[in-house]
Design a protein around this ligand. Structure first.
Ligand code: B12
Length: 645
């Protein structure tokens, strides 16, 4: 992907995006004759220019020139420098960074900045003119303005995702339930003492600037609508107020529309966070259907933005890219407010082939020129089938059936799980299902007093409940916070059993060593898998994120692992799964290694020689049980053979 060096500008950035900006101004003014498009593409620009992550995300000249040149060269309407800035505020307050060659940097919050009230009290708010890379962002905006003559858009991290950077996602969610006052205090610190001064410093320099926050985990099903109402929206509104009531202080990148109980009500919430337009993006837009989104924006009288899936853009094929873009353009621009519509390419990544970016841009231009092979055809909606989203990886988070739950699934699962069981086990089951930690611990102790065995308590009560929780999550009925809170109740019961299980000879079902591979800091999926395995009676040793293959080998030997579980969420970190498996092989270690994570497929698992793959946490439990029982059988056969010899 390497292109010319950045020494001589070939384009006049002051004029080459004029038409695009004019169209965008029309969308927010009297209407635009043509539909403009914008794109998140900073990682793509980094790869296209052949620049390393550290240089790209810390050198303003390289960042701005790289973005502008790539946008100009590929014929993008505008070069708006849209990029995910999750890390600036936390880094400037002392958060630990990880840097990567082919990715934007990120906070490594394995040891979060804030775990207790004391940690919070110790923190000093950053100085926007000096701390971390806050000056980098300022210089980027300044340079962009100098080079293009256009208003820059201030970028920050949505308050909820920002607090998750300071506290670590799971800890934030659990504290929201246990001690909401504390989490409110963290929000207060982050919004009032970090974000508002930072944005106001930037607004002083660019009073007419746009502004937008990135909110990676601010959507369903990472959080619930209650969390959105209690923590997220009020803090976005507060930040807006603290920034002189500027309505551009917004957060527009929520998805999760297809998980909402009531999609239109969810869109109302989106409009509270981003009052000037409604943005609906894939994968939800494709599931919910374009026409429904169009109708809602027309009724509410607001401009509309549709976002095209980054997987479609990355994976193609060409026909799928064109079909998707043409449908979104056609439906989006229809009706009385059709001239207040703009298109968005959701994150062209470093791995998106340049060819695909060109196909996407060309698709828009062809459509504008009247070349519309799919005119009148709608592929999105509840029955929509997409080549790029179907098959096992058409699911998200391993959730199969979102948005159309029959409602009686919970009842059916409960009945099956309780059937024929002693009352005490039913009570333990219910305490987990109802998130009652203390009751769960008390009931487990009562069961022990009544002479039940730890294994029966585990299997019939705790594990049964986590099985139901996993199935409800897999069907989209429960969201991540509920799963984390149920796991905490299960762990309260497990804590009562642990000393007895450890003292007895009763072994766990097996020991699983979990790790997110090198280069990757995503751990939400891995942690859910670890939780479900723990709930199923496995012992878990978790090496955390960004894990060196040699460390995994050493730890596996040290703990006598039965299974190694590797997780990856980035296409760039997936090769480290292969490297880790090869490192085990060359060290002559024969542990069963299983892999998973959103971009990983069964085919890829086979290709790299993994011993197993699971699409979600419940399947991971079945897979591990299967591996352990096969190993036991092989062991038994070996013992029998040895005895027979
Ligand atoms: C949350 C998130 C973040 C959070 C991570 C917080 C955390 N503690 O994990 C933050 C904000 C820090 C972040 C940072 C970044 N992210 Co991010 N992030 C996401 C996001 C929104 C969700 C990922 C997730 O947690 N999914 C939910 C979990 C539950 O699903 P899951 O992991 O697939 O897990 C399930 C299964 O896969 C399976 N499973 C998982 N692991 C395992 C392991 C085994 C052994 C088994 C059997 C099964 C299994 O079971 C799980 C439960 O059912 C995705 C976008 C998306 N829509 O997916 C982007 C995404 C993954 N991020 C991306 C990127 C690029 C980044 C950044 C580089 C910054 C950026 N540009 O956005 C940094 C890089 C950090 C790094 N080097 O790792 C890209 C990756 C693109 C690509 N092609 O690789 C995505 C797809 C966003 C995008 N549209 O571009 N991110």
């Amino acid at each position: 992907m390497t292109e010319p060096s950045l020494t001589e500008a070939k384009y006049d950035y002051k004029t080459c995006f004029d038409k695009g900006y004019e169209m965008l101004a029309g969308v927010f003014g009297d209407g635009s004759d043509e539909v403009p498009f914008i794109a998140q593409m900073s990682e793509f620009c980094m790869a296209y220019q052949g620049i390393n992550g550290k240089e790209f995300y810390s050198n303003p000249e390289v960042f701005v020139e790289g973005n502008l040149r790539t946008s100009a060269e590929l014929g993008f309407d505008v070069a708006d420098l849209i990029w995910d800035v999750y890390d600036i505020e936390c880094e400037a307050t002392g958060g630990k960074m990880s840097w990567f060659d082919e990715l934007s940097p990120a906070i490594n919050n394995t040891v979060p900045l804030i775990s207790t009230e004391k940690d919070l009290a110790k923190l000093t708010p950053p100085d926007p003119a000096k701390s971390g890379r806050m000056p980098f962002v300022r210089d980027v905006l300044q340079l962009f303005h100098e080079k293009t003559g256009k208003k820059p858009t201030l970028r920050y991290c949505g308050p909820l995702t920002c607090v998750a950077q300071y506290m670590q996602f799971e800890q934030m969610i659990l504290r929201m339930e246990e001690n909401p006052e504390f989490v409110h205090k963290v929000f207060k610190f982050v919004v009032e003492e970090v974000q508002a001064p930072y944005l106001n410093y930037l607004f002083d320099l660019f009073p007419d600037g746009g502004c937008n926050g990135s909110d990676a985990i601010g959507s369903l099903p990472f959080i619930t609508e209650e969390i959105l109402d209690e923590f997220s929206i009020p803090n976005i509104l507060k930040l807006r107020k603290l920034c002189g009531d500027r309505d551009v202080v917004q957060v527009d990148n929520w998805w999760g529309d297809s998980f909402a109980e009531n999609t239109e009500r969810y869109w109302e919430k989106k409009l509270a966070a981003t009052p000037n337009y409604l943005k609906i993006q894939d994968p939800d837009l494709f599931k919910v259907g374009t026409q429904r989104g169009r109708n809602f924006a027309t009724e509410r009288g607001v401009p509309l933005q549709f976002g095209v899936d980054n997987h479609v853009l990355q994976e193609g094929p060409e026909e799928e890219i064109v079909k998707r873009i043409h449908e979104y353009l056609e439906v989006g621009s229809s009706g009385p407010l059709g001239n207040k519509f703009f298109l968005y390419f959701c994150n062209l990544s470093a791995q998106t082939p340049v060819e695909h970016a060109k196909i996407a841009v060309d698709a828009v231009k062809r459509w504008r020129a009247g070349d519309r092979p799919y005119e009148g055809q709608i592929f999105s909606g509840p029955d929509g089938v997409s080549a790029a989203r179907s098959g096992e990886k058409g699911q998200w988070m391993g959730i199969t059936n979102t948005g159309d739950i029959e409602g009686n699934l919970r009842a059916a699962l409960d009945t099956a799980a309780k059937e024929g069981k002693k009352q005490i086990f039913v009570d333990i089951y219910e305490s987990v299902m109802e998130f009652r930690d203390d009751d769960c611990a008390t009931l487990v102790a009562q069961a022990l007093d009544a002479g039940e065995t730890p294994i029966d308590i585990l299997d019939e009560g705790l594990i049964a409940a986590m099985g139901t929780i996993g199935d409800l999550f897999g069907s989209g009925e429960l969201f991540v916070p509920e799963m984390l809170i149920a796991a905490r109740a299960m762990k309260a019961g497990l804590a009562v059993l642990e000393p007895i299980l450890t003292a007895s000879d009763e072994p766990p079902k097996g020991t699983v060593l979990m790790a997110t591979v090198q280069g990757d800091l995503h751990d939400i999926g891995k942690n859910l898998v670890a939780m479900m395995l723990e709930g199923a009676g496995f012992k878990i040793v978790d090496l955390g994120v960004n894990t060196d293959p040699q460390l995994i080998i050493e730890k596996a030997d040290e703990i006598g692992a039965d299974i190694i579980g590797l997780s990856a969420l980035l296409t760039t970190s997936m090769p480290f799964m292969k490297i880790t498996i090869e490192a085990f092989k060359s060290a002559g270690k024969d542990y069963p290694i299983i892999v998973g994570g959103a971009p990983v497929t069964r085919d890829y698992a086979e290709f790299i020689g993994a011993d197993g793959y699971a699409d979600n946490a419940s399947e991971a439990v079945l897979l591990c049980k299967d591996i352990v029982s096969k190993a036991e059988k092989t062991g038994e056969v070996a013992v029998e053979l040895a005895a027979a010899q």
